[in-house]
Write a protein that binds this ligand. Structure first.
Ligand code: CA
Length: 341
């Protein structure tokens, strides 16, 4: 009987063990992530990767296109610049021809007038006296020599049309091909082209400002804006006093950048008469009434657009554009205080 009861117990135990062993790997398999979910995730990653690849190539394409566009724009700008320069040169040539013809006519008119008024006492000193004799066209005129004053014949440019006319131009910067880094003698007698860039000459300016004189300075920047500074009083001493500058009574919209130079001597690269340990004429590369050194430098270096905003020795007017901006055009002109148009 003992034998017959032990046999079923062993069978149950074996069955239990078999089931337990069989269940173990099954549980393990159930704990792993389901197969379909894994496949879905990879598909998403793959599609994202494709999208990223597409975007990258799109960006590359855009980048290349932009670069090409930029190159085209730069090329077009360079072409336009070239064209405008050519046009500017053509306009300048035409202007100079026009002005030459005008001048010939004017000189003939002046000569005729001089022979006609030979016996009268009203002498021709400057553009203002010409204006009062009814010369109202701007251009080059020849002032006769004056035996009484001991002055030689002199070519001047008269502005007969702007701000009431009668102006004798004593300085001009607009073309930029004439160097203003000249010596004492050249500044004394004048240099340049009376229809282009020139300095009339300290000796002539001294003579012309012996009567009470107004100075008008006109400035233009590279953006095309025009401003002016006017001095109701302007005179220059003789050579013994180093053509010392005296100015007063400022008015205008450019700011007063000549006041700092008031009461200073004229200096050139070979004559340091400034009020500075430095040699201002050498530093600023011009001839001017240098103090220590500048609040304006109208006889400085002509820098073209693009290189006009980098140097201290350019044609500067601090009160308007600061110490490093070289102007595009300058004109200094004088007229007697008692001038009445
Ligand atoms: Ca000095």
């Amino acid at each position: 009987m003992v034998k017959s009861t032990a046999a079923p117990c062993v069978a149950i135990l074996l069955l239990f063990l078999t089931e337990t062993l069989a269940q173990r790997p099954m549980n393990k398999r159930l704990a792993a992530p389901p197969k379909p979910a894994k496949a879905q995730c990879c598909d998403e990653v793959r599609s994202l990767k494709v999208q990223v690849a597409n975007l990258t190539s799109l960006l590359e394409e855009l980048g290349k296109k932009q670069e090409a566009d930029l190159r085209t724009v730069v090329k077009q700008m360079m072409e336009l610049d070239q064209q405008s320069r050519l046009q500017e040169a053509r306009v300048m040539e035409a202007e100079s021809k026009y002005s030459e013809i005008h001048n010939r006519v004017e000189i003939m008119q002046l000569q005729a007038a001089q022979s006609a008024t030979h016996t009268t006492t009203d002498a021709i000193y400057d553009c203002a006296s010409l204006f009062n004799k009814n010369y109202k066209i701007s251009g080059e005129y020849r002032l006769p020599k004056d035996d009484f004053l001991g002055t030689p014949e002199l070519s001047v440019f008269c502005d007969m049309e702007n701000n009431g006319g009668g102006w004798t131009v004593i300085q001009r910067r607009k073309v930029g091909l004439t160097s203003f880094n000249r010596d004492w003698k050249q500044y004394k007698h004048g240099f340049g082209n009376i229809r282009g860039d020139f300095w009339l000459g300290n000796e002539h300016i001294f003579r012309l400002t012996r009567q009470p004189t107004v100075l008008r300075i006109e400035l233009e920047d590279w953006e095309g804006e025009v401003r002016y500074a006017e001095y109701g009083f302007f005179t220059v001493s003789n050579e013994l006093n180093s053509y010392k500058l005296f100015i007063a009574n400022y008015s205008g919209n450019a700011g007063d950048s000549l006041r700092y130079h008031n009461n200073t001597n004229f200096s050139t690269k070979n004559k340091d008469n400034d009020k500075c340990v430095d040699d201002c004429a050498q530093l600023r590369q011009g001839g001017y009434w240098y103090n220590c050194c500048t609040d304006s430098n109208l006889n400085g270096v002509f820098y073209r657009y693009g290189s006009h905003a980098k140097n201290m020795d350019g044609i500067t007017w601090y009160a308007w554009h600061g110490p490093n901006y070289s102007l595009k055009r300058v004109e200094m002109k004088i007229r007697p205080q008692n001038f009445a148009a």
